[in-house]
Write a protein that binds this ligand. Structure first.
Ligand SMILES: CC/C=C\C/C=C\C/C=C\C/C=C\C/C=C\C/C=C\CCC(=O)SCCNC(=O)CCNC(=O)[C@H](O)C(C)(C)COP(=O)(O)OP(=O)(O)OC[C@H]1O[C@@H](n2cnc3c(N)ncnc32)[C@H](O)[C@@H]1OP(=O)(O)O
Ligand SMILES: CCCCCCCC/C=C\CCCCCCCC(=O)OC[C@@H](O)COP(=O)(O)O
Length: 376
């Protein structure tokens, strides 16, 4: 094991990374709270939150790109490539991996839209410290996965994006939850009852969120980016793997589909999405068979900004930590030392819980329950 690999697996390094993420994240959350009055006075000024959000999310991107050294390859056509990052788009991505959101963020970073990236997220993520709290200020669209309630709130949140000052990508996991064998089996029963062909690599897509997104972003977004992600050698990295500095290789296949090509009528739009998922399934099959996606490779290089932001926060926050530790030891007060240890334990538990949110085996039961099927 080389020096660099040895360092990356050191627990002390993981502690420092988590400390920097937690403290900088909370500082940025605090600054975000201070921007609250701006939303009443001037929405466009309040959107300075794009930069604040970048300071948080780019730390995770830096961990993936620079700490773990994970490589991300993009398969796409050159015509479309020219437009990435220069227009608003709806991204439709498969939802099979714990690190799919982070690979998505990496491509956002490389095309310069990380701070403004959006997602339709389950409402439970709102309560996630740092990332969830940051999302309040980034106009993320939250859903309860209850259509009767979501149809109005989701549409309203999407309408707010009409005057967005920067190009954004709006990520939609149409499968609505992450792939598990049980969820797959149940969703294929639903597919059968609806007379739809079975999918091998995807859950049956939920069509309502896609339709409401496309309808509300017409005139704002120019295209849908149909995207398929896989990791080489059948690997499925976790956030802990990334923290441990393990290197992976992600492959992303992206097709640009102009938004005008998507039917306006709800039923036709649903049929269109089902067809898209059948195509996505065939791309995954191609990947399984050949180890690559079709078409040319055009990978944007990683940029230094995420790393620089990370180094900035690390330098800024390590000094007070060192000072604090020195004072703590010299104080000799048992009570202060015990209180500090208790604080560290609480912080570790919080990080552990946050990391747990990314784990599929701790995922929700959405899509896990057998539904009564009427075969008409
Ligand atoms: C160049 C580079 C390109 C790309 C780079 C890639 C990406 C980068 C882009 C951006 C990055 C940005 C951010 C990333 C950061 C973090 C993201 C992290 C995670 C957040 C993600 C989530 O939280 S996913 C979960 C939440 N999101 C969704 O659920 C979206 C999809 N869902 C929907 O659209 C739903 O329709 C809904 C939520 C709007 C409403 O759900 P509800 O369940 O109430 O209604 P549905 O209509 O969907 O369901 C009822 C119908 O479904 C049928 N049914 C029943 N059981 C099943 C089943 N098991 N499977 C499928 N279908 C089922 C039922 O029969 C009903 O049918 P109808 O015929 O009546 O429709
Ligand atoms: C710089 C490195 C910092 C290391 C410390 C990191 C601590 C931060 C931990 C977690 C950040 C999580 C951010 C986003 C979480 C996205 C989770 C996700 O993908 O949601 C799943 C959702 O789609 C469907 O959920 P279900 O499958 O139905 O359940």
């Amino acid at each position: 094991m080389g020096f660099w690999q040895g360092l990356r697996s050191q627990f002390l390094c993981h502690l420092i990374i988590c400390y920097v993420f937690l403290v900088s994240g909370l500082i940025i959350n605090l600054v975000q709270i201070c921007t609250l009055p701006l939303w009443l006075l001037n929405k466009q000024v309040a959107r300075v939150n794009i930069r604040l959000g970048y300071c948080i999310s780019s730390q995770m991107v830096a961990a993936l790109e620079w700490w773990s050294g994970t490589e991300c390859t993009l398969y796409t056509d050159p015509e479309s490539y020219r437009l990435y990052g220069k227009e608003n788009a709806v991204v439709v991505l498969n939802h099979r991996f714990e690190m799919d959101f982070l690979c998505g963020w990496t491509f956002c970073e490389r095309f310069g839209v990380l701070g403004s990236s959006k997602v339709m997220a389950k409402k439970e993520l709102r309560f996630l410290p740092i990332i969830g709290w940051m999302w309040y200020f980034l106009e993320i669209v939250f859903c309860k996965r209850k259509w009767e309630e979501d149809r109005r709130t989701v549409a309203e949140s999407l309408q707010n994006l009409h005057d967005y000052p920067e190009n954004f990508w709006f990520l939609l996991f149409c499968e609505g939850t992450r792939f598990t064998p049980k969820k797959h089996q149940i969703s294929m029963q639903v597919a059968e009852s609806k007379g739809l062909p079975k999918l091998k690599y995807h859950l049956l897509p939920r069509t309502k969120g896609f339709w409401v997104t496309v309808q509300n972003l017409r005139g704002t977004a120019a295209a849908v980016y149909d995207s398929n992600l896989n990791f080489r050698n059948n690997q499925a990295p976790t956030l802990v793997d990334i923290l441990n500095g393990k290197k992976y290789h992600a492959d992303l296949y992206v097709r640009r589909i102009p938004l005008e090509e998507i039917p306006e009528d709800e039923a036709e739009c649903a049929t269109w999405l089902h067809k898209l998922y059948q195509e996505k399934d065939s791309f995954q099959e191609h990947y399984t068979q050949t180890g690559r996606f079709p078409g040319p490779i055009l990978t944007p290089p990683r940029r230094p900004w995420a790393l620089m932001n990370w180094l900035f926060w690390t330098c800024l926050l390590l000094y007070p930590l060192g000072l604090f530790l020195a004072l703590l030891i010299s104080s000799g007060s048992t009570l202060t030392i015990l209180a500090s240890v208790a604080l560290c334990v609480a912080a570790s538990l919080a990080v552990h819980w946050m990391i747990g949110q990314t784990e599929i085996n701790k995922g929700s039961s959405y899509g896990n329950k057998e539904v009564p099927l009427n075969n008409n």
